[in-house]
Design a protein around this ligand. Sequence first.
Ligand code: ZN
Length: 686
Amino acid sequence: MNNLWSKEKAREVTMGYARHGELLALRIYAGRLIGSHPELVLHGGGNTSVKGEVTDLFGQQVAAVFVKASGVDLAHSSPEDYPALSLLPLLKLRSLAALSPEAMVNQLRSSLFDPSAPTPSIEALLHAFLPQAYIDHTHPDAILTLSNQPDGRERLKAALGAEVIIIDYIHPGFELAKAVAAAWEGQPSARGMVLMHHGLLTWGDSARQSYETTWELVNRAETRINAARKPIAVASSRSIPWSQLAPVLRGALAHPTRIPDHPWKRFILRPLDDPDTLNWLQQPQAAGLFVSAPLTSDHLIRCKPWPLWIDDPAQIGDRVAQYRQDYQSYFQRHAASMAGDVSPFDPSPRVVLIPGVGGFIAGENARLADIARDITRQTLQVKSAIAAMGSYRGLEEHQLFDMEYFPLQRAKLRRHHVPRLEGRIVMVTGAAGAIGAGICRRLLKEGAHVAATDLGGAALDSLVQDLAKESPGQIIGVTMDVTDDGSVSEGMKEIIQTWGGIDQAIINAGLAHVSPLAAMDLQRFRQLYHVNVEGALLILSHLARLFEQQRTGGDVVLISTKNVFAPGASFGAYSATKAAAHQLARIASLELAAGDVRVNMVAPDAVFSDGGRKSGLWAEVGPDRMRARGLDEAGLENYYRNRNLLKAAVTADHVANAVVFFLTRQTPTTGATIPVDGGLPDATPR
Ligand code: ZN
């Protein structure tokens, strides 16, 4: 670990937050520094504090402790993330024999100077009970490496020296806060404290002193580990590509909901298949080493108490079922010990390890899966380091349960709004066009993970860039030529390699051409046939095979056209090829229904643009129609508006609404068409 403290940066941050005072500004700077070390804390782990004063309404100075709010990522923390608590009422709590988690949170919240401030960390009392100005609590890899061994205490003592106190694992909260304070009073000259199987505490009169003590102690531990480590010789090899197993595993992990139209809660699956991971998974006794308790109790809510290990990929279904049973038994064994009613979390594993293939990390969305993935990578690394110098011993099972179902930890997972298409992976073809762009934008708002596919190029790149600003991690651009079997296959593989599968698809890629039959250029007709018919066929047949592997149903929406029902003169190539695609989609609805796959159509009329994006249809039809009717662009739009019953201008957003209607399964419908055309009696499906 490097010492990253910079006087200049510290001064810069202090000036930037001058309004909040130097004490808190330096707290922000040092906290961010700690957050920038992945070897110290990951994703909202760890907490830090500073003591100072707050001026109350009467102008009195009141002693206060500023503690990082629960769940906040230190790396991106700001003054609002350090709610101020009145110190004296908190210190009084120490005399109590016991304090329930709920009562503790009540006390914390009622001690806030600003009642609307976020809830402080569950370790807030620990920060209050220790007297030092600055306190840092982290979960350093090196400390966990030494602490999670049967002779961890001796190893830590040898590495860190007598000036560091070591205390046994105690469940975070009131009991831990009291134990830490008592241990410090027993040795007030100590510079830091190790909490076994949990992490490190350091302190100081200044932010810098506390940070540098963390740095020094972690370095001592790292030196010790490097000296003791025996190299492990492993020949790693990849037996099956990650993307080949992912859809099967993702299907097996999907959790049955018992809701008729929405039978599955699906997860996003992120790959962990770098060469280091493959090495770690293939070392001797890897299964015994890795199917064990997490490095620190903080990781439990992200990764579950243990990962699922699968030696034989042919056994995926059975092994997942076995894991769920084991998890349910674990819940039964310990639920009785919890005060009050507690219901089990879903029993599916979040981390699945398959030697020769890699790690499969599940989350409700990609952001959550990525957090679990970073934690898993660090876990594999630290446990491998432990195996190279000794053996692993983590927390006991009842300690795991207490922490996994600790109400204050559960609160971290609670979300106010779960979007309707969360966990869903949707492929959109022809995404860079006007309708495609409108659909992608809307699907992202509904929480879907969107693979925007199109011929590669600036149009696709700029769409993905634009949309990723609002929905980072939720959209990828994939180059796909729907007329080329190999390109479709490769594109779908890329989507699977990113998120683990595909649940829903919008077949939207299409070409238009204006020509009377008498003058039809056969080559041009065939071009439309390739994209509109063969393109739809290829996507449908690849999806049918993938849905079969996943076994969690699926939804397909074909963007059809009003021309299927009411063709136009000089529009033969478009009307005929789109009609063929429409018919293929109806066939798919017949063939795939047994596997709970719904295939429906949306038939828009005259969508020429989406914001600044013109549709391909416009490029082909617009100029020609304007010429023929002697109209300008606005005039032509008016012409189309005036020909429908509702005198409505049809937009890409309208088409997206119809798509979302089908993808969210509002009605038990398949093989059907929603017209989005403002009402065209000739084009009403029948
Ligand atoms: Zn902790």
